[in-house]
Write a protein that binds this ligand. Sequence first.
Ligand SMILES: Cc1ncc(COP(=O)(O)O)c(C=O)c1O
Length: 437
Amino acid sequence: MGSKNNASYNDQAHFSELGRRIEAPPIAWLMEQKLKHPDLISLAAGFTDSPSLPVKEVQTIFAKITKSNKRAMECLQYGVGAGRDQLRQQTAEQVAGLDVSAPEGPCYKPDRVIITHGSQQFLYLLTEALCDENDIVLVEAPSYFVYLGILQSFDTKTRSVPMDSDGMNLESLKKTLEELRQSGEIRKVKMLYLVSYFQNPTGISTSLEKKKAILRLVKSYEKHAGHPIYILEDAAYRELKFPDTPETPSMLTLPGARQRVIYSGTYSKSFATGIRIGFALLPSPLRTVVMRIKGNHDFGTANLLQSILEEALDSGLYQSHLNRLQSRYQSKARHMQKCIQRSFPDEIEWAGPAGGLYFWAKAPKNISTGPRSPLFKKALKERVMYVPGVYTYAKDLNTHDCDNAMRISFGNASLEDIRQGIERLGSALNAQCSRKK
Ligand SMILES: Cc1ncc(COP(=O)(O)O)c(C=O)c1O
């Protein structure tokens, strides 16, 4: 009898539609591999550099904010849904400071800011606020695969737009919008999602010229859509630029951005991923709805963690930490680049990034990099792992066309692991390339 009952518990028929639809994230499978093979060098994880986490800074800050009972009690209490006033003010100034070229702007007002539990939470809340089943979001091909997972869970459809070395291919974007207009599906298009700085997974940044053209083009289709089409500029890696990389203004600097551009950012990559503080700047009607949904999720992001960030920004510890971090990632990226030059066969196309955490490499078309491919198996045998490129393309594409790329991260691996990992991956690639000759 017991087993009969257990059998019915395993049945998922009583789950919600979303509960039945949601797929396991690919990263879970990759993490499982790492647990199964502890000696594996993972160049797959999107984790940041552990030795440079701001341990001393956080110890100092924590001592300071808990020294007086009054301040400690305030930090240990529930906060407000939109986020702490001071942190919203600091965040608005921080983004405006990066966008120095901005026509001093209504876009950077603290009452447009919302603080979230990582920018990941914001991506979820925003999609929940905007998208129903069968709505459409335009995405880069490839794109941030965890966001693609959110879209899949809502049964929101994607239209993929290929990328050039400076962002979305405009001809393809135009062609896609035109096709959607002709089929009438333009009414379903809610948003275009762009990871505009040192993109995850390719490392590509969108140029200002492209940002202008994308905004103009998308706006020109709104009359056919019959509603606003938003642009979500996900700037998660913006502050991880290398020290000598010039700053590119965000889309918030562009005329007409105030009602259409949603900017999301995070302190998670630039300070501490474990603190999980993200933020967004967005038009007010949408912000109100996102805040209501956030209220249902959590009543507001952890007050204590927001206070740590406030103090880090206020004391200058944030900026000094970030300066060191940018140099650290640059030297790790240079190291990885040298290792790749030494170990990868000539057939592999790759380009070094100017910030962020990732290299993107492409094998010849006839070599699959997928999770079941001989290359991936050989790499696992050599005890090294990468993110198969196929995970980073939305399902509206034919996966055969995007099965030969890989994302390789220098974020978390030590210099020695980068050396050994790239050597092992090089050996797997060389074996595969010579077999296909
Ligand atoms: C492009 C992109 N956006 C958003 C996030 C979410 O980061 P967090 O929730 O730590 O702010 C990530 C994390 O890897 C990312 O790669």
